[in-house]
Design a protein around this ligand. Sequence first.
Ligand code: ADP
Ligand code: MG
Length: 364
Amino acid sequence: MSPLVASAPGWVNLIGEHTDYNGGLCLPVALPQRTTVSVVARTDRALSLSSAQEDGVWEGAVEDRPDGWAAYVAGVVFVLRDNGYDVPGFDAVIESEVPVGAGLSSSAALECSVATALAGLLELDLTDRAERRRLAAACIRAENEYVGAPTGGMDQTIAMLAEPGHALLLDFADGSAIPLELPLEDAGLVLLVIDTRVSHALTDGSYGDRRSECAAAAEALGRPSLRDVPLDAVEALGDPVLRRRARHVVTENLRVLTSVGAIGDRDWSALARLLDESHTSMRDDFEISCTELDLAVESARAAGALGARMTGGGFGGSAVALVPESAVPQVQEAVTAAFARDGHREPAYLVATPGDAARVDSVS
Ligand code: ADP
Ligand code: MG
């Protein structure tokens, strides 16, 4: 049989960090970089998985529960089967342009490419947004329950629902996902992603700590979540750590809303200021930045970026900067030089032109 090829994008969050599991708002953008999976259905229940990014081939059955990278694929198979789909055995070959562990969600790109390929084999209707949402939910469950990474769901939602040229305003209180045109190129601007190459590990506990602290802050405030909590109530919290955590979440939601207005007005310097303020909030109140992320942000700004912030879960990964296209080379040079001066690994760069959602690329 000839293969079915499907792909899904990595993504970068423009603004709205650690808001997803707090019933809040965020504004992600799909990357042009994608993970592609080539799948051939089998007549038995065997799975054979290989990836250009990993050594060896994982072989087992659709019911098996592997560890390591194969768990991201098997997790999707497990959840789809648990949802009642008769997923057959298959051979899958994976290839990715999304940097792994850079906070650009190679894990969701992998899950969503596999879910989309299986949706293709099962002839599900991928033009139906509700179907795409069900697949995103299956991938979220695969990552949370099967792999055991307590991520909030933004990753898989953007990978399944993105539109080219648009950011996506996600509201985790009502589940809405509204595309928002992001015509940066008309203003001669790009989103430059700076991968610090400091690997973050979502399973190492710090992410879970922040989730628990936010839940504790909401409980202390007598609220179901930190959404729509007035800032003066936050400032009255007795515990200084919970106060700082809640202050980040509440002000970050406001910054997302203000960013939506700035993008609508094409007021790019206002957007840049909000990126800067978001970084300060994550560094000082949420305490999820690190030396390399702070350096990336500061040296990018000094070399001509209009604004910059760390993006993703924190403790490493990437920063995102709003940069005049003509200044991209000088910003990259300056950040690279600052990293070399301070003895850090050489950073990597990519330009995040807003890309397309997961899709079936070819059925032959
Ligand atoms: P991020 O999603 O930010 O890139 P994660 O730690 O969430 O980082 O996910 C990275 C893990 O996902 C890798 O360690 C690997 O197990 C798996 N993974 C991602 N992309 C691939 C790929 N192309 N091939 C095999 N495994 C992958
Ligand atoms: Mg991930």
